[in-house]
Design a protein around this ligand. Structure first.
Ligand SMILES: [Zn+2]
Length: 369
């Protein structure tokens, strides 16, 4: 029998390590989790993206001859925001059955539940397991991209993403293509605008065009339609100068019916001489609810939680946007103890009973074939 790991205590220990990204500093949290995984029999490898920024891949062969099941999560968190917290964000304090702290819900509670479930099954009969714990998810899945780029992910036959879903199995999420568009003009004195070319005015016209873009693809059955939002527009320095540069940031949320390439083609077709750079390009991920493995997961969740589930999707994107394509798009589920309503919020917490429920669910998924 392998050692028991308390998911609650591990979640508290992880919350006490500040991994706010930037700068992230995930290395300590990764080494804490890595040392536990080594003790329970995993082969652990760490990959440093930059100083103090490490991701981890841990493997444990099972009794099946199938490729492993992948469980994944990120160890970085977002910042604390500007409103003061009423609890210590790095205290891991327990009050009324809830663990408080930055990252409790998103998603150190989920990571702790994976490790505790792995400890439950190690030494017994279970599927081959692969745990992928990343740095830098909150800033655009940087750690996952680093692992994919290194070519060290290996293979998997299905993925569990332990992001906050209150233990409801979600089918996937939309992708995101973020573009920065630089519009150039010609500087002149503000009293003689006819001698210049106003980059802000040109950018404003382009924004009008961008807002009129229709991608002309049908909405996806579960993920819905795509969307487009101009998230920023910067330009000009002085009130009395014709600006020669403006920049627009465009956030397009994509579905399986619309990929990043098509988004870039469409934007390029209306932006003339403006220079477009891709800030991030993450694909949508989706598993149909009638997929065999997904149905097995739903049956396990229903047996553990005692409630019947409707198939829905996540509003946010996850590391799965990078991992799923790198693994050849196996079935996946987004399923974790946290509550997405509390993610990134002041006084973030995760309910202990949800973490314990996740441990039971993950344990049964790891045991099932
Ligand atoms: Zn997250």
């Amino acid at each position: 029998m392998s050692e028991e790991v308390s998911a609650v205590r591990l979640a508290q220990d992880l919350i006490r390590l500040n991994t706010i990204n930037p700068p992230g500093n995930e290395a300590q949290a990764i080494s804490l989790v890595g040392s536990i995984l080594e003790r329970i029999g995993f082969r652990v490898k760490t990959y440093e993206m930059s100083a103090q920024r490490t991701s981890l891949i841990a493997d444990l062969p099972g009794q099946d001859n199938l490729p492993p099941l992948c469980f994944t999560g990120h160890l970085d968190t977002v910042g604390l925001g500007t409103i003061p917290w009423s609890v210590d964000p790095f205290g891991g304090e327990i009050r009324d059955g809830k663990i408080y702290g930055r990252g409790s819900t998103d998603m150190k509670g989920g990571i702790a539940a994976i490790v505790a479930a792995a400890a439950n099954v190690s030494g017994g009969s279970h599927a081959s397991l692969k745990l992928v714990f990343t740095a830098g998810e909150e800033s655009g899945c940087e750690g996952a991209q680093h692992l994919a780029h290194l070519g060290v992910l290996g293979e998997t036959r299905a993925i569990v993403v332990a992001e906050p879903t209150l233990n409801k199995p979600l089918l996937g999420h939309r992708g995101a293509t973020w573009l920065a568009i630089k519009v150039s003009g010609k500087a002149a004195h503000g009293s003689m605008p006819e001698r210049g070319e106003n980059a802000i005015v040109k950018a404003a016209a382009l924004i009008g065009e961008i807002n009129k873009i229709g991608f002309d693809v049908p909405p996806h059955l579960h993920l819905g339609g795509s969307s487009i939002n101009v998230g920023y527009c910067h330009g000009g320095n002085n009130i009395n100068v014709v600006p020669d540069l403006a920049e627009i940031g465009v956030d397009v949320r994509t579905t399986p019916n619309l990929d990043g390439r098509e988004v870039k083609r469409k934007i390029a077709s209306i932006s003339g001489t403006a220079e477009t750079t891709t800030i991030m390009d993450l694909s949508s991920v989706y598993t149909a609810p009638d997929n065999d493995w997904f149905r097995k997961v739903v049956a396990i969740v229903e047996a553990v939680s005692g409630t019947e589930l409707e198939p829905t999707v996540a509003p946010y994107f996850t590391d799965a946007s990078v991992l799923a394509p790198a693994y050849g798009n196996p079935p996946l589920v987004i399923l974790g103890p946290g509550d997405m309503e509390l993610a990134h919020c002041v006084d973030e917490f995760c309910e202990i009973r949800k973490i314990e429920e996740s441990v039971a669910i993950y344990t049964d998924i790891m045991k099932a074939n």
